[in-house]
Design a protein around this ligand. Structure first.
Ligand SMILES: Nc1ncnc2c1ncn2[C@@H]1O[C@H](COP(=O)(O)OP(=O)(O)OP(=O)(O)O)[C@@H](O)[C@H]1O
Ligand SMILES: [Mg+2]
Length: 269
């Protein structure tokens, strides 16, 4: 069994995040009123950064779990482990977040096994309880506990979709890419490349994003733009950086790649 990848961060500085709409206020209200939050949007559009930013802003520890298709309820809640001849109960990341307070962030929650919903349901309605069958405990989530989940609707297959009874336990916020001027500012700030040099990269990203659903499964993410600008800031020639960070990660199809290179040549030169 693959272990649950998780990390606990207590940010000392505020991770920078540029809002697209009212998401910061919504998130804060949700936290104050003990409502769980679901974030949806394409890869690399800022969901994880947003959660890190809000956790730091609200002064909450952040327990992040990257969900995968082997992730079970026990990976989240905990299990008895053998330690020096004894079996000792060891809390999983969800249980730890419920005991200690803070945000538990389940990234790509649709990937997790179906039994995960069994532990999420009582925790995400007004009971806010986490029953631990194995230890016989029933934990009541403190006010400082918040559950946040995210997924990318673009990758959803029917058998992986969240059930309505799960979805309807969350406030949901949709994420998209930032408007051009703001995306230029973010990519420049993250990479150190000047806004004037970032501008054509963002223009190219817009052209590629328009191909989504036709030749491309998903368009260029803000993350890839940051990678591309970082390579250029480090001295990589623009055409090489664009190929490595904005074309190769998008497709393996030789014809599609050739088409993207043509577009890149027309936009960037
Ligand atoms: N609104 C934003 N403000 C600041 N930085 C942003 C924003 N959106 C994207 N970024 C940049 O893009 C990078 C990728 O964002 P992030 O990792 O949050 O994406 P994600 O939506 O969680 O993607 P995935 O679904 O693949 O996990 C960030 O590390 C950051 O550099
Ligand atoms: Mg993420």
């Amino acid at each position: 069994m693959k272990p649950a990848l998780h990390a606990i961060d207590t940010a000392l500085s505020l991770p920078s995040y540029t809002p697209t709409s009212n998401e910061c206020a919504l998130f804060e209200h949700a936290f104050r009123h003990r409502l769980p939050v679901l974030l949806k949007g394409p890869t690399g559009c800022g969901k994880t950064r947003f959660v890190a930013h809000m956790a730091a802003r609200l002064g909450l520890p952040l327990h992040t779990v990257a969900c995968h298709d082997d992730l079970t309820a026990a990976d989240l809640t905990g299990r008895y482990l053998l330690k020096g001849g004894d079996t000792v109960w060891t809390d999983g990341p969800l249980t730890r977040a419920v005991r200690e307070g803070g945000i538990c962030y389940l990234d790509e929650v649709v990937e997790a096994r179906k039994d995960v919903t069994v532990v999420l349901h009582p925790l995400t309605d007004d009971r806010r309880i986490l029953p631990l069958e194995r230890t016989g405990e029933e934990l009541i989530a403190p006010d400082g506990f918040m559950l946040v989940v995210s997924y990318n609707p673009g990758y959803q297959s029917l058998h992986k979709a969240l059930k309505p009874s799960t979805r309807q336990r969350f406030i949901a916020i949709e994420f998209g890419f930032l408007p051009a001027e703001q995306e230029i500012a973010v990519v420049a700030a993250e990479s150190g490349l000047s806004p004037e040099r970032v501008r054509p990269l963002v223009a190219l990203a817009h052209r590629f994003r328009a191909l989504q659903g036709h030749d491309l499964e998903e368009g260029v993410s803000t993350r890839l733009l940051v990678y591309c600008a970082t390579l250029i800031a480090a001295g990589t020639p623009v055409a090489d950086a664009v190929l490595a960070a904005m074309i190769e990660p998008l497709t393996d199809d030789a014809d599609v790649k050739a088409g993207l290179r043509e577009v890149a040549h027309a936009v960037i030169g």
